[in-house]
Ligand binder design. Sequence first.
Ligand SMILES: Cc1ncc(C[n+]2csc(CCOP(=O)(O)OP(=O)(O)O)c2C)c(N)n1
Ligand code: SF4
Ligand SMILES: [Mg+2]
Length: 443
Amino acid sequence: MERLRRKFEHARSFVPAPVVETSPNAEIGIIGFGSSHWALTETRDQLLDEHKLSTDYLRIRAFPFSPDIADFVRSHKRVYVVEQNRDAQMFSLLKLDLDTDLVPKLRSVRLGLAVLDYRGGKTTLCAGCGHNAISERIIDAMYEMGVHPERVAKLSGIGCSSKSPAYFMARAHSFNSVHGRMPSVATGAVLANRSLMALGVSGDGDTASIGIGQFVHLMRRNLPIIYIIEDNGVYGLTKGQFSATADLGSKLKTGVINELPPIDTCELAISLGATFVGRSFSGDKRQLHTMLKAAIAHRGTVLLDVISPCVTFNDHEGSTKSYKYAKDHDEPLQEINFVPAFEEIAVEYDPGTTFEVTMHDGSRLRLRKLEEDYDPTDKIQAITRLNQAKQKEEMLTGVLYVNTQSPTFLDMLNITDEPLATLPPSAVRPGREVLEQVMAELS
Ligand SMILES: Cc1ncc(C[n+]2csc(CCOP(=O)(O)OP(=O)(O)O)c2C)c(N)n1
Ligand code: SF4
Ligand SMILES: [Mg+2]
């Protein structure tokens, strides 16, 4: 460790010095790097012309940081670290590198897009369909987390729910697969390019009926994906037949009673190995929004089962997936708060009443317990509590299970950081010796 530290310190003297531009009497400093340069140059001119505010600017050119950076921070009252990285990595690195007395001077600014850049086509779903509300929450969460749409791969199957990726993030990649086959397409996409953020949107029919085989194998792999089930208990697109998540005894509009027990997709996902599992309701704006932001910060399989009423075929008396039933039976496990890594933590919490989870990117998920003994890292407890909820006819919502320790499928397979399509032939073709060895083994 000591040797590594010395090496690192030695490297500092070799890195190219940062470029510094100063203005007379500037008390404000700006640190930037890479492609933010021209945006910053324009902003500095604007600040000077329109607000008579002069600023100094330091452009980082290499890592490890040159000692000039500490001098720059020291000589300014406030320093803004501007970057295009949604996780504010440069800001975090500077906080680690600088002397602690300099850290309070730093502020993080992430160059982002407008919320309009996260919109999609006009919805063709029925007015009042729960799926539309979920699309809105996805737009808000992605925008607030600063995820660039071009980094996202939207994947779906067939159904009203599976149509909904067309109604958000028009600039993201998108693949509308065959009924129930989204998991295999998602797996291929993520393995081929691990820099993509996979967002799967499916229905209860698409997932728990025709797609159940693919679903269970996805859940056991911990592939990094956010998998949302827009759960209305029916096949909305084909005129409202019961799906496999419909509750025992629930009634169709035609009067038909469901006599089969439901598949609980959350229980299944937890027992199979998904590492972030939650249930929410499309009508609970705040809970769903917060849960989606935490899902974005998670690295591994996220399964969110979102009760999403079908106003056309399953919103009547006797349905257990209607707006009224969901509102009357919603039993939240926690009050969920999420503090992204790029934001300062302003409010302290009492560990006796709040369960805090540090996510992979340094964000904090804070779960203020509404059920005192509930521990969302305890798999057995999660499954037991879900079964109790079933007996008590509760719609249990919140973060049911979270595990930030398990390796992802990509780690297990040791998948390279570069997209496979961009690897040079020398990296993907076996050498002559390898081929000769194979031939020898076969002869
Ligand atoms: C292979 C195949 N079988 C059946 C269908 C007919 N089909 C289309 S959507 C659907 C069910 C959709 O239900 P769900 O996934 O719950 O979506 P929702 O419409 O309720 O949002 C079915 C059975 C199909 N398109 N393809
Ligand atoms: S049929 Fe049901 S699920 Fe489909 S768009 Fe209409 S309300 Fe939504
Ligand atoms: Mg459905």
